[in-house]
Design a protein around this ligand. Sequence first.
Ligand SMILES: [Zn+2]
Ligand SMILES: [Zn+2]
Length: 252
Amino acid sequence: MSFVRKITDCFGAFWTNGIGEVVFPPVCLGCHGLVEKNGAYRHVCSRCSEVLPRVSPPACSTCGHPFHGEIDGDRACEHCQTLEPVFRRGCTAVLLRGTARALVIELKYHRGLHVLKDMAAILESSPHVLAHVRDAVLVPVPLHPRKLRERDYNQSRLLAETLADVAGGTTRVEHLLVRVVDTVTQTAFDRRRRMANLKNAFALKKGATILPDQSYILVDDVFTTGSTLNSCAVVLRAAGIVMLDVVTFGHG
Ligand SMILES: [Zn+2]
Ligand SMILES: [Zn+2]
């Protein structure tokens, strides 16, 4: 049996795009199988979507990492106990594992802007994230201009815009920060070295206006040690923001 015939047998018919042209069904980022036409996601098959490592409360009040079992009140996880966050609360939608990790890698390193719709669907079905960001001003973690030229887009900005879209209300995005130091990649650094690496890496954008009664939320793709978000938070706090939280798509 030909490959084409196998596909039509699986799906009944080919996918078509908006103008009626035949297109191949997309491949799942999790298992590399084919994605069903009427599933909730465009790049995640139904089996992988069922096991997406979604986060739900109770969770660490700083980074959003979930706790198992019943937890009373606000509590930081063991990783955040030494972070000394200068923001109030943090929240995340998924753990950075399996297909969720593949989505972030596709967006960030493979120019995979096409996965944003699936990330929007995940955010839209994460009530604790929506409640956390609704009616706030979302501030993306900026890229250094050199990195922005290299990548062409800032994934945190795209995620902030996506979040503002799905959260509704008066949620909006403002670009209040600039990255003034082109830091070397931090993947292999521990928290202390990350903090040193990031010292003075961010600054307030010229002409930025801060509203004292407004709630602001820093947006990044991933919460790793919290060092990047904390460095941004230091600048925004110094600029006069009182109500400052953070949100990330993933934690890992
Ligand atoms: Zn799959
Ligand atoms: Zn934590």
